[in-house]
Design a protein around this ligand. Structure first.
Ligand SMILES: Cc1cc2nc3c(=O)[nH]c(=O)nc-3n(C[C@H](O)[C@H](O)[C@H](O)COP(=O)(O)OP(=O)(O)OC[C@H]3O[C@@H](n4cnc5c(N)ncnc54)[C@H](O)[C@@H]3O)c2cc1C
Length: 321
């Protein structure tokens, strides 16, 4: 497929770490590169929890993609939500626009939240996967405390001042720690008429320890790191709830599979992760975690011109998938 420049065209879907790494390699080469993303910014997700808890503004972790591409004269950007790929016709299908032709395609659409088959949770809990969602959480918590200030019913006030975080992995732990600081330092000053000892942060984990990815295979039970994180969080006032599998969340009530429940004005889902939802629209058989099977060259087994990189890809035998 010759572009107007007559050069080979590489389309990269996703301007995350994977997509931008490809741009760096292909930048200023004798080819045309088009980056396509549904957002016009590259997000630095490791600090997203700080946006959700008001410690950082969004601009600190979101960099304009067009600006990032300035040094690469052969690279351009198109804002579009990718809906699928016509592999035979070599075209990327986008929402509300003309298909984008390619010679080579790099799919780097990242990951999505996983709800263990209970997709209703996507509607009743907050997710934290991009800047818009993090801002939504931040605004919701602030509004909940504003409401709490004028709430006369003690139980309702307590509920408004409760943040439940489902998932004791790194994201849940970071969020819980940041809320502890926010409530005890900033909110204590911001809401002088609220009794901050009533503010509650519950970190809910279905397994017997938090920080599951950091288990030590040589240790039975929780590793030193897991125990230490648990201890620090509790010292900061976080309620760590282990062996608590969530059954449902409706009307700000977290219902557990063991029959107990928790009333929380804010419920954040940080419990599961899977490959980007774009994977479901490719007509391919997906691997574990909703990710796309790739060869050692990171290409599709029967399509050497299509590569899948980053969180979206699954390589059998690779220690981290
Ligand atoms: C909250 C959070 C905290 C994290 N903390 C850490 C950490 O501390 N340390 C660490 O090593 N890793 C961390 N990670 C994981 C790390 O961010 C990812 O492994 C990394 O971003 C993966 O890069 P990627 O390019 O595959 O996907 P991403 O960086 O997620 O980029 C995917 C891009 O694709 C775009 N996209 C998705 N779907 C479409 C579509 N249909 N159409 C168009 N564009 C689309 C998105 O807008 C996004 O720009 C964290 C992740 C999250 C969500």
């Amino acid at each position: 497929m010759a572009t107007p420049s007559g050069r080979t065209k590489v389309v990269i879907v996703g301007a995350g770490f994977g997509g931008l790494s490809a741009v760096k390699t292909l930048g200023n080469k004798n080819i045309d590169v088009l980056v396509v993303d549904r957002n016009n910014y590259h997000g630095f997700w490791p600090l997203l929890y700080q946006v959700a808890t008001g410690q950082l503004d969004s601009a600190s972790i979101a960099y304009p993609i067009r600006g990032i591409l300035h040094p690469y004269k052969n690279a351009d950007f198109q804002l579009a939500d990718v809906q699928g790929v016509d592999f035979d016709g070599k075209k990327v299908l986008i929402e509300g626009g003309e298909p984008i032709p390619y010679d080579y395609l790099i799919l780097a659409a990242g990951s999505a939240q996983f709800y263990f088959g209970n997709n209703r949770l996507a509607e009743t809990t907050f997710s934290m996967k991009d800047v818009d969602q993090a801002e939504e959480i931040r605004n919701h918590v602030i509004r909940a405390f504003e409401k709490a200030q004028v709430e006369t019913d003690a139980e309702k006030r307590k509920q408004l001042m409760t943040v439940a975080i489902v998932g004791g992995g790194p994201t849940g732990v970071e969020l819980a720690g940041a809320y502890a600081e926010l409530f005890q330092i900033d909110f204590k000053k911001d809401f002088p008429s609220l009794d901050m000892s009533q503010a509650r942060i519950a970190l809910i984990e279905a397994m017997g320890t938090i920080m599951m990815p950091f288990s030590d295979p040589n240790v039975k039970g929780a590793s030193d790191l897991q125990k230490s994180v648990h201890k620090v969080l509790e010292a900061r006032g976080v309620e760590v709830m282990l062996n608590k599998a969530v059954d449902s969340v409706e009307d700000s009530i977290v219902q557990f599979k063991d029959g107990s429940s928790l009333a929380a004005g804010t419920v954040i889902w940080a419990a599961g992760v899977r490959g980007a939802l774009l994977g479901d629209k490719l007509g391919l058989e997906l691997a574990r975690g909703g990710r796309v099977n790739v060869t050692e060259e990171l290409s599709l087994p029967d399509r050497p011109e299509v590569f899948v990189v980053g969180d979206m890809a699954y390589l059998e035998g690779f220690p981290w998938g």
